[in-house]
Design a protein around this ligand. Structure first.
Ligand code: 13P
Length: 258
């Protein structure tokens, strides 16, 4: 098993006082737990996060990046700016951005490329809709999303990559995917990555996370799966008590489903 990675996606929540307090709590937590923590606040709190998380072992992540290096892109942030703020990770291709901001596969691929070019670690989000799941298209869709998002980068650039499998129907709904669904889909993802990049690259450089209504109640079962290298947590990451329980989950290997 790899060391687990727990990433918090605060989305567009909290004010400066609340975020400062949560950064401080996460910094203390990071000092005494084994999973790697990545905190992705709104962009306006990145600089505070950089100060508060310093020397704690927790990493800072952004929720988005522009695919261009620099220029006349009002309202946007470049990979270089995020690096300047102390970011190490950046979420890309989140289903909320794909659905609400028109981010298509080509754009996601450009964003992955600019991140890797700048030695930032993409947290690439993939996942099927409820309709796709009902039609039995989950596996083909998530593998297609991986291939298209990684189309512009070559293997030598994959020093570190995070893939977050977030079924769209499980995000913010309290409808967590079943353990069987998570295990089957994530096994497909891992096998696909091994075919694409070889086992040792996947073992060494790629974390595959689950996201979608992860809570203090379901985290142990999810994190106990061998194919799950960690979680991307939305709502529950805003409540420190819940987030702490997720980060301290008692992870016991589960019997593998056939
Ligand atoms: O979208 C998510 C994380 O990126 C998941 O959000 P929830 O944990 O609130 O379902």
């Amino acid at each position: 098993m790899k060391n687990k990675l727990i990433a918090a996606n605060w989305k567009m929540n909290l004010d400066s006082e609340q975020s400062e307090q949560l950064f401080e709590q996460c910094a203390e937590l990071a000092k005494c737990i084994s999973p790697t923590l990545v905190i992705c606040p709104p962009a306006t709190y990145l600089q505070t996060g950089n100060k508060r998380l310093a020397n704690s072992g927790a990493f800072l992540g952004a929720q988005n990046v522009n695919q261009n290096r620099a220029g006349a892109f009002t309202g946007e942030l470049s990979a270089n700016m995020l690096k300047d703020c102390g970011c190490k990770y950046v979420i890309v291709g989140h289903s909320e951005r794909r659905a609400q901001f028109g981010e298509n596969d080509e754009l996601v691929a450009e964003k992955v490329k600019i991140l890797l070019d700048n030695h930032l670690i993409p947290i690439l989000c993939i996942g099927e809709s409820e309709t796709q799941r009902h039609l039995g298209l989950t596996d083909s869709f998530v593998t297609y999303q991986i291939d298209s998002a990684l189309a512009l980068v070559d293997e030598s650039q994959i020093h570190k990559l995070v893939i977050a499998y977030e079924p769209i129907w499980a995000i913010g709904t309290n409808k967590t995917a079943s353990i069987t669904h998570i295990e089957q889909t994530m096994s497909t993802i891992v096998k696909h990555l091994i075919n694409k990049y070889q086992q040792n690259v996947v073992d060494k450089s790629i974390h595959v996370l689950y996201g979608g209504s992860v809570s203090d109640k379901n985290c142990e079962a999810i994190l106990s799966l061998d194919v799950v290298d960690g979680c991307l947590v939305g709502g529950a990451s805003l409540d420190f008590n819940k987030f702490e329980k997720i980060c301290r989950a008692n992870v016991q290997p589960l019997a593998t489903a056939q």
